[in-house]
Ligand binder design. Structure first.
Ligand SMILES: C[S@@+](CC[C@H](N)C(=O)[O-])C[C@H]1O[C@@H](n2cnc3c(N)ncnc32)[C@H](O)[C@@H]1O
Length: 392
């Protein structure tokens, strides 16, 4: 493809992404992959260039732009070499006309920028939520140790004790160490939040919202593979992805339980009041993960945030019933909004007086309410809120 054709392709891809964001359709990543599936003439350099252009436009437009072209014209206004490619040649976009629509730049839709500001995230810090995400891995101490593991690339040691940061695009899945279960891909911040659980060998730990088990696997390693680790989720497909991952990681202690939404305790009744620790890595708006999924901010609404907040508060109460006296409840969200962080802890404590907040003890982050917040700006990680509570 010519450089001009790549720009035109990015415009077409963005039109599909915009339409999907408005209708609640497929995520950008899937749309881009599908678009190239039917365009076999595009080589890997073309794919990378079109993807990079589309994502640059998504990151630059705070709210859903009127069209893919308006978004690319915004980029062209900032980059004369890109503007020069709008030349009307074969497969190229038409020249930019005087006064034609240009998308508005921004960090997020106005209401969301305000919600972040109200949650103590200033504009500079919010802008860093749109950086390109790094590639972090965790060395699995069930099989290896960061201090001695020999990898094809050394990587930069992260604050998380077994974390390493690798150059973008490193194909870790082809590495022997990955296939042998010695390493897992996991954001450094996600690794740090797992430390707040302080999971010990021999304990009973419940991961209430385990998904595909990113944090479950880190907990299994912290427990040195001994004890009971129960991974739960309401999503069968996500949870099923944990089986091969646990096998590869040598995490044989993991048990899985599929939960029914609104009736989570039905499948957990035998564990009531017994867990040493319960992790609630709750479903949330994901404002802390825009580095990976920047178009998610085009899809959020205040109603959606309120819906997540209500679910989080209910899941905290479910989890509270599972913890033994003296045990820990760790609340994590990948959001920087107080409604999904500090306010949840305050509300939980006013509903449940027999609990006490503790410092999460993760050696990172900035205090927010009665918990801690990690952010790309402060910690170089995805954004997270984490709090640890103890049952008296
Ligand atoms: C933030 S994600 C979990 C990510 C996962 N812990 C990890 O580290 O990869 C939240 C998960 O909560 C699950 N979930 C949604 N509603 C739930 C419920 N009522 N009970 C338990 N899990 C729920 C979702 O399916 C999703 O997998």
């Amino acid at each position: 493809m010519t450089p001009q054709a790549r720009v035109q392709a990015a415009i077409e891809v963005l039109d599909l992404v915009i339409d999907a964001a408005r209708r609640g359709g497929a995520p950008a990543d899937r749309i881009i992959t599908d678009w190239f599936r039917t365009r076999r003439f595009a080589g890997s350099g073309d794919r990378r260039a079109v993807r990079d252009l589309a994502y640059a436009a998504i990151r630059t437009c705070g709210d859903v732009p009127e069209s893919g072209r308006a978004a690319l014209v915004l980029l062209a206004h900032r980059d004369p070499s890109l503007a020069g490619l709008f030349d009307g040649s074969r497969h190229a976009p038409l020249p930019i006309a005087e006064g034609e629509p240009v998308a508005a730049p921004g960090i997020a839709p106005r209401w969301l920028e305000q919600a972040l500001a109200d949650s103590g995230i200033a504009a500079d810090e919010a802008a860093r939520l749109l950086d390109r995400a790094p590639l972090d891995i965790r060395v699995n101490t069930l099989k290896a140790d960061r201090a001695v593991l020999d990898l094809p690339l050394a990587g930069e040691a992260l604050l998380a004790p077994q974390g390493l940061r690798l150059p973008h695009g490193t194909n870790v899945e082809s590495w022997e160490a990955y296939q042998a279960g010695q390493i897992e891909v996991q954001d450094g911040g996600s690794q740090l939040t797992c430390l707040a659980v302080a999971a010990q060998s021999g304990e009973m730990v419940i991961d209430l919202c385990a998904g595909a088990g990113g944090k479950t696997l880190a907990l299994a390693a912290a427990m040195a593979g001994r004890g009971r680790l129960i991974a739960c989720d309401t999503d069968r497909t996500r949870l099923s992805r944990l089986t091969p991952r646990a096998e590869r990681a040598g995490a044989g202690l993991i048990e899985m339980r599929l939960l029914n939404p609104n009736r989570e305790l039905d499948a957990l009744a035998d564990l009531a009041g017994q867990a040493d620790a319960v992790l609630v890595d709750a479903p949330c708006s994901g404002t802390g993960t825009w580095r990976r999924n920047p178009e998610a901010r085009w899809r959020l609404s205040p109603t959606e945030v309120a819906r997540y907040a209500a679910l989080q508060s209910r899941l905290l109460d479910v989890a509270a019933g599972l913890v033994r006296v003296g045990g820990r409840l760790v609340f994590v969200t990948c959001s920087l909004l107080d409604a999904e962080g500090a306010n949840q802890v305050d509300a939980f404590l006013s509903r449940n007086p027999g609990w006490q907040v503790e410092a999460p003890g993760i050696g990172a982050g900035v205090p927010r309410g009665q918990g801690l917040r990690l952010s790309p700006w402060h910690d170089g990680t995805d954004g997270f809120f984490v709090a640890r509570l103890r049952k008296l």
